[in-house]
Design a protein around this ligand. Structure first.
Ligand SMILES: Cc1ncc(COP(=O)(O)O)c(C=O)c1O
Length: 371
């Protein structure tokens, strides 16, 4: 393992988990919407200031996306507008729900698909749904997306996989979160669907339980229920949440301060105040070669990651799908630049200030052309 890994999951210790595991032992209830899942959902609802009728836990963020897409009951092969700059599950979930992803560009400041981009694409193309992504956990402006939905009538599902705790819940859009081990609220594997419609959430609960509705299968679903063991990790993680948020925000401040002091023109994703960073992606100046910088950091024991490279429209599974730049260009310029120059730096709870100083020094040397 590298001396400075890019990610280290921050999950509860065995001591923090033990009281919850003891409850499972005494309940002898292991899955199927058990008491720990119910308690976890109540706590999540409290964190989001919602009634539990408006959310449902599932087995992963990908399951949350697939089941939410199915719950809109769109005709087969309907087009869903998604950003090409995203993790593959954004588009795989669209295809697995029997729909067609239409890939477009993102905004150069927030690195997300904005309502303005969606309006531009929709001027000349029709899509039945829009699925913007809260890239790297950057929360999306929910009032603007709610307004987009009420003005156009087009349903909006937000892929907020890495944005639990930052992404505000509006009134009209549905939202899918991930609790994957690498997320700020990590529990190993898990997901959550939030929607201000109890009927929508009821559909998610049925679809994640094979499609059962009153003892019969009204519609084919799958098994994507959250187990009691994952809820146990979630409940232990809930007690650590305020500390996790503070630490992540403080690490980001230290990084930003030190990177700005290098004097090199590094760009950060533009994020709002309530952002809880999941990762640390930066954009290096276009005059640099990303692979040379990565090699130099690797030589110093610093692991890096290139998210999301290749972008979705270059994966074999999506090459035949429609790619529509918002302004009539032949390609997706912002997505291309991000995938050529974005560098993910180590970002996790084991980092101390001295480690960040070292990482920023090495990066600065490398960007200045020194080994
Ligand atoms: C944008 C995005 N969507 C969906 C997912 C899938 O979430 P999960 O790993 O919980 O299935 C991820 C996972 O990292 C993601 O980053």
């Amino acid at each position: 393992m590298m001396r400075y890994p890019v990610l280290v999951p921050d999950l509860p210790t065995k001591e923090q988990l033990l009281p919850w595991l003891a409850k499972i032992d005494s309940n002898r209830w292991y899955t199927n919407f058990g008491p720990l899942v119910q308690e976890f959902e109540s706590k999540l609802a409290r964190l989001l200031s919602l009634d539990t009728a408006y959310l449902a836990t599932v087995s992963s963020g990908t399951a949350a996306l697939e089941l939410a897409l199915l719950s809109y009951d769109l005709p087969k092969n309907s087009c869903v507008l998604v950003p090409s700059f995203s993790f593959p599950a954004t588009a795989t979930s669209v295809k697995r729900a029997g729909l067609c992803p239409v890939l477009t560009d993102v905004d150069p400041e927030t690195w997300t698909l904005t309502p303005e981009i969606a309006y531009q694409v929709l001027e000349k193309n029709s899509c039945s749904m829009v699925m913007p992504v809260a890239a790297f956990g950057c929360p999306l402006p929910i009032e603007t997306w709610d307004k987009f939905n009420s003005d156009t009538g087009i349903p909006v599902l937000i892929d907020a996989a890495a944005s639990f705790g930052s992404q505000a819940i509006g009134t009209r859009c549905s939202i899918a979160f991930s609790f994957h081990g690498t997320k700020a609220f990590g529990i190993g594997e898990g997901g959550l669907v939030v929607a201000k419609s109890a009927d929508f959430i009821k559909k998610i609960r049925q679809l994640c339980n094979f499609g059962f509705d009153g003892g019969v299968i009204a519609r084919c679903g799958c098994n994507a229920k959250m187990s009691e063991y994952h809820a146990a990790v979630g409940l232990a993680q809930y007690s650590r949440w305020n500390g996790i948020v503070k630490q992540r925000q403080s690490l980001l401040q230290i990084y930003k301060h030190l990177l700005k002091n290098t004097g090199i023109e590094i760009s950060f994703q533009q994020t709002p105040e309530r952002y809880i960073p999941a990762l640390l992606p930066i954009l290096i100046p276009f005059s640099n070669s990303l692979s040379t910088v990565i090699d130099s950091l690797t030589d110093h024991g610093i692991q890096t990651r290139c998210w999301y490279s290749p972008p979705l429209h270059k994966h074999p599974a999506f090459i035949g799908d429609k790619t529509i730049p918002p302004d009539g260009k032949a390609y997706l310029p912002v997505t291309e630049n991000l995938s050529n120059y974005l560098l993910g730096l180590p970002f996790h709870s084991l980092l101390e200030e001295k480690d960040i100083v070292y990482i920023c020094d090495v990066l600065s040397m490398s960007l200045n052309g020194k080994k």
